[in-house]
Write a protein that binds this ligand. Structure first.
Ligand SMILES: NC(=O)c1ccc[n+]([C@@H]2O[C@H](COP(=O)([O-])OP(=O)(O)OC[C@H]3O[C@@H](n4cnc5c(N)ncnc54)[C@H](O)[C@@H]3O)[C@@H](O)[C@H]2O)c1
Length: 306
């Protein structure tokens, strides 16, 4: 089959495709070039950058498989693809450890001022006194909202750190390891740290808005390594400024890259940020590449890897 890879793939992943006999092109087309060239391919493999729009799918006369290395399918018009009977694949678990480690990293950053002490020291300050009132994660209660691949990984790591972990996810009632499955209300009210690992609810709006922030403990630390839009950024800034929220970590934003209007939140001294790199580690990318390549090979040959 003729396969187009637009946003790159790990060498291990590319090797799996070529060893299975596929003809692989790795080309970063502009959106216009993609429309002209997509007709040649049976399969397109993307990450986040390439948008597989209705127009791309319609121009892809030979397309059978659309594959995304990553969790969400935000950049693929899944409805149009399904209506045309195309197979849409992704790599649900491959980046879970990477995202979970980043979420925990942000918790450490906020509780020990790591996100800001380097900036101060670069400016020639020695803020020993200001930053001597950090807190330990050990013994604190972590509320995990969304107990899927990433949420579970965060919970495992947090238990290892000696945190008390409570989780809320509607489909779960029992777990195979020691976390307290709780209600949304209890999680919001009791957690010292809240980490979000849920999808965006396009119809229902942000899962964390003004009302939910009011239900939380004073000084709570909130981590969003899920998707921009899961949290209401305006309400979050208000809650930081009022002192209700003690710290915020964001890997994802409503607009990426963020606009001028989002700078007040990003620049707030109690906000730790990263530029949507949750799944982007060497190991995570390698796993994503291998998993997506194997899934594509299997889509064209169900007997592969038996
Ligand atoms: N920062 C990054 O680079 C990065 C990388 C990968 C994934 N993500 C994002 O992380 C999030 C979680 O990914 P995942 O792989 O764990 O997904 P998953 O599908 O394995 O788990 C999501 C869980 O959230 C639950 N859920 C949905 N709505 C909920 C709500 N309102 N309250 C509580 N639980 C709810 C679902 O039942 C499900 O169990 C997604 O938004 C994904 O797009 C971010």
């Amino acid at each position: 089959m003729k396969i187009l890879i637009t946003d790159g793939i790990s060498p291990e992943g590319a090797k799996i495709l070529t060893e299975a006999g596929h003809d692989v092109d790795q080309v970063k087309y502009t959106p216009e070039e993609l429309l002209v060239n997509i007709g040649k391919y049976d399969c397109i493999i993307v990450r986040s950058a390439t948008k597989v729009t209705k127009e791309v799918i319609e121009a892809g006369k030979n397309l059978k498989v659309i594959a995304r290395g990553g969790v969400g399918l935000d950049n693929i018009d899944v409805e149009v693809a399904k209506a045309k009977n195309l197979l849409v694949l992704n790599t649900p678990g491959a980046s879970a450890i990477s995202v979970a480690e980043l979420a925990i990293g942000h918790m450490f950053a906020l509780s020990r001022f790591l996100h800001i002490s380097k900036m101060d020291m670069l400016a020639g300050k020695w803020p020993k006194k200001e930053y001597s009132k950090g807190i330990e994660l050990h013994g604190k209660t972590l509320g995990v909202m969304g107990f899927g691949n990433i949420g579970k990984e965060v919970a495992r790591m947090a238990l290892g750190l000696g945190m008390n972990v409570m989780a809320y996810d509607p489909p779960f009632t029992l777990m195979d390891f020691v976390v307290r499955i709780t209600t949304r209300e209890k999680l919001l009210a009791e957690a010292d740290f809240i980490t979000l690992h849920i999808p965006v609810d396009k119809k229902g709006g942000p899962a964390i808005g003004k009302k939910e922030l009011e239900m939380m403990k004073k000084g709570v630390i909130i981590v969003n390594c899920a998707r921009g839009g899961v949290v209401d950024e305006v309400a979050l800034l208000d809650a930081l400024e009022s002192g209700k929220v003690g710290g915020v970590a964001l890997d994802v934003f409503v607009n990426e890259p963020p606009t001028e209007a989002q700078q007040a939140l990003i620049k707030h001294p109690r906000v730790s940020v990263s530029p949507h790199i949750g799944g982007s580690t060497v190991e995570g990318q390698e796993r994503v590449g291998i998993e997506i390549a194997q899934r594509v090979v299997k889509a064209f040959n169900p007997d592969a890897f038996h």
